[in-house]
Write a protein that binds this ligand. Structure first.
Ligand code: ADP
Length: 243
């Protein structure tokens, strides 16, 4: 009886894996193939804008602006989806110095950091075994979110990156004192395309945290958030200890 049940579960698992592969392939192919027509729409909308500027009436100008804006949005969404589906495809696993990764992000994000006047502290970080490109994306998404979702009042924006060594893993914390996240959204935000705000308040595609989750799962870790609405968030994730 147990044997039959085990075999059934095994077959179900195989079926699920196959379905999952099919879905991943579908998302990859469609986002890849959609890029070309979207590029054309964006290009021709820009051309129309340039060539017929001042010749359309107000309504015509407004329509063209809607088309341009919407086509840019689709372009960003599709390239974000493509980035998501590409994750895990070509990976090089090696020793990754997280200090170097974070320093690089802070250097390339200098303008964003100084224009938001963020006070940043970073602990001495470890070297881990992983895919450097993915670890870079992970830190970048979390750091940029911490800055993007800062409070818009007079409060000094603070970002702290720290780490603790546990028995089997490193536990990282990216802590901010921004707008925070309501208890009911703590899991939802890791689902692809889930956002808690309208575009006019905070720009974004809603894919950043889904990418972080996928990267952490590819590294056999866990990611979660602890937060209080209105008074900041701490994003925690684990990565394996470099043995
Ligand atoms: P995006 O930033 O493009 O909206 P993400 O997947 O990175 O997409 O984040 C999903 C949602 O989670 C955001 O729209 C925001 O509501 C919430 N969020 C993420 N990071 C933070 C943060 N540090 N503080 C407050 N809210 C956050």
């Amino acid at each position: 009886m147990v044997e039959v049940r085990t075999r059934e579960l095994y077959l179900k698992n195989l079926k699920l894996e196959k379905k999952n592969e099919e879905l991943e392939r579908f998302a990859y192919v469609s986002s890849h193939d959609l890029q070309e027509p979207i590029r054309s729409i964006v290009g021709f909308a820009q051309l129309l804008n340039r060539k017929y500027q001042g010749q359309l009436d107000d309504q015509g100008e407004a329509y063209l602006e809607f088309i341009t804006e919407a086509s840019f949005r689709v372009k960003h969404l599709v390239s974000a989806l493509l980035e998501f589906t590409r994750l895990g495809k070509k990976r090089e696993i090696a020793a990754v110095d997280c200090n170097r990764v974070v320093n690089k992000i802070l250097t390339t994000s200098k303008t964003l950091i100084s224009s938001s006047a963020v006070d940043i502290t970073v602990d001495e970080l470890p070297t881990i075994q992983g895919c450097e490109l993915e670890i870079g994306q992970l830190f970048q998404n979390l750091i940029h979110n911490a800055i993007k979702f800062r409070r818009k009042d007079e409060t000094q924006a603070i970002l702290k990156i720290s780490v603790t060594k546990k028995k089997e893993c490193w536990l990282f914390e990216i802590k901010d004192n921004g707008i925070g996240i309501g208890e009911e959204f703590k899991e939802k935000i890791f689902i692809i395309f889930q956002r808690l705000h309208t575009r006019d308040k905070y720009q974004g595609t809603g894919i950043g945290l889904a990418i972080c989750k996928k990267i952490i799962e590819l590294h056999q870790g866990k990611i979660w958030v602890e937060s209080k609405e209105g008074s900041g968030s701490s994003f925690f994730f684990t990565l394996p200890v470099d043995k």
